[in-house]
Design a protein around this ligand. Structure first.
Ligand SMILES: Cc1ncc(COP(=O)(O)O)c(C=O)c1O
Length: 375
């Protein structure tokens, strides 16, 4: 039989959607290049965790020492974790949904919104999954104006058309490390048409100073079509567990529940996150380390006359004189993995995650001589 899968109309549509390009795993680079010690600064993971308390809780499940173990299905809707999150965020339990990473919730909301087509407005240079989730669910992407140095709330509002169902906003945004001020967030929340779901992805919000970060969760009572996302992959240091959560109105959650698979988050992830979400001291520690890493990076970048943009998140976007792919490869051969940004419309930018001080020394030892001619 001569099967031609691209002849299936839906597959033909899928073949035009860009594939997500993940950061290279350490083992992969070791295997390909025969390197031993590798510093990975490519996927905005947190080098400081997880905590001993989280590890002990996971170990207790793996050893089956409680009334739980790997042979049993997890709690389907993650009741106990949702309860902890609800307490932490000051909302009722029925306003919390869990996902297999916040990426899954980005997909769930697209699946719900684009059942009969429609469009999503997404600022230029946003996290790739917003566009992929939209298109794989049958929606169309409308790109609003943004640059490596500026996010524009008013252009998001201007870009909305009749069939727009969703607006995605990374806040702070990855990869640009930008966020809006309180007035702009307020304009967006209050002026966006009521039949459009505003998805605010706050994956990096915990790295912001809580005293001046405009948390969109404070508008949840005002705007039923608001979905605020958080992840355990970043400051909570649980990226391998794949768990994140969304906050929204009870009505919105009822719709999302209809497209969520039962048991979508696993038991190890749920218990690890239960411990992590209560540990405010660890969050404060990581926030402080991140602030120190950013200050040190800015100094070094200035020494090399390199331009960095954004002030948010656990990463930095850096413009260089080289094509990003060339710099990425040169650093790879010096045992450092960063993320080249050409796929994000930034052909000369790399994104560097803040590692521990010794990892950042390795980065500058490798990158310094390459950048010495100026960025
Ligand atoms: C802005 C943003 N949102 C969401 C995610 C995905 O997080 P998760 O690991 O929870 O799927 C990332 C991961 O890098 C991100 O940068």
């Amino acid at each position: 039989m001569n099967a031609n899968l691209s002849a299936v109309p839906a597959f033909e549509h899928l073949s035009h959607i860009p594939l997500y390009a993940p950061g290279k795993p350490i083992q992969e680079v070791q295997r390909e290049l025969g390197l031993t010690r590798i510093v990975k600064l490519a996927s905005n993971e947190n080098p400081w965790g997880p905590t001993e308390a989280v590890k002990a809780r996971v170990a207790s499940v793996v050893s089956g020492s409680e009334f739980e173990g790997l042979a049993l299905y997890p709690v389907s809707d993650g009741y106990y974790l949702r309860k902890r999150i609800a307490e932490r965020r000051g909302v009722s339990l029925d306003r919390v949904i869990l996902g297999n990473g916040s990426s899954e919730i980005l997909e769930l909301v697209a699946k719900a919104a684009f059942l009969d087509g429609g469009s999503a407005v997404i600022p230029k240079h946003s996290f790739a999954i917003y566009g992929i989730a939209t298109q794989t669910a049958g929606g169309r992407v409308i790109e609003s104006r943004a640059s490596a140095t500026e996010l524009d709330a008013d252009d998001i509002l201007r870009s909305v058309v009749k069939d727009t169902r969703l607006v995605y906003l990374g806040h702070p945004n990855n990869p640009t490390g930008l966020r809006l001020d309180r007035a702009a967030i307020e304009r967006l929340v209050r002026n966006l048409r009521e039949d459009i779901v505003l998805v605010v992805d706050q994956a990096y919000a915990e790295y912001e100073d809580p005293a001046d970060y405009p948390d969109t969760a404070s508008y949840l009572d005002e705007r039923p079509n608001l979905l605020v996302l958080h992840t355990f992959s970043k400051i909570h240091a649980l990226a391998a567990m794949r768990i994140g959560y969304g906050l929204g109105s009870k009505e919105l959650m009822d719709f999302l529940e209809r497209v969520r698979s039962p048991f979508n988050t696993n038991h190890l992830a749920q218990v690890a996150a239960e411990v992590a979400v209560q540990d405010l001291a660890f969050e404060a520690f990581c926030r402080q380390k991140n602030t120190e890493a950013r200050a040190a990076f800015s100094l070094e970048a200035a020494n090399h006359r390199c331009q960095v943009s954004g002030t948010c998140g656990n990463f930095v976007l850096m413009e260089t004189a080289f094509p990003a792919a060339d710099l990425f490869n040169a650093l790879l051969h010096r045992s450092v993995i960063v993320r080249p940004m050409q796929g994000y419309g930034l052909p000369n930018h790399i994104r560097v995650t803040f590692g521990k001080p010794e990892e950042m020394r390795t980065f500058w030892n490798a990158a310094g001589p390459l950048l010495d001619g100026g960025c």
